[in-house]
Design a protein. Structure first.
Length: 94
């Protein structure tokens, strides 16, 4: 008997509060959420990168075009540095 009474009491108290809610139209239109980047290097690019040693372990990585370019340039420089150092080994073999 207590539960139905409590339910009716909660509905009765909530009705006047709900009647006071008013909605107003915004005076200015909202800004677009997806604005075109001014610089083409600001474009977000997502790539799927496989995890070494696993067929199923892949993750999605998103970066700007400039970040991808910088990462690839750094990797290329590191590889070239390793190749140059390998040729300069004193014993002549690896």
């Amino acid at each position: 008997m207590l539960k139905p009474t409590a339910l009716v009491l909660m509905i009765a108290l909530a009705a006047p509060a709900a009647a006071q809610i008013t909605f107003q139209e915004p005076t200015t239109p909202p800004a677009p959420t997806q604005a075109k980047p001014a610089n083409p290097n600001d474009k977000i690019i997502c790539e799927r990168q496989d995890e070494i040693g696993s067929r199923l372990g892949a993750k999605k990585v998103c970066k700007t075009a400039a970040q991808w370019e910088e990462e690839r340039r750094t990797e290329r420089n590191d590889l070239e540095r390793q190749q140059q150092n390998t040729g300069n080994s004193p014993s002549g073999s690896i």
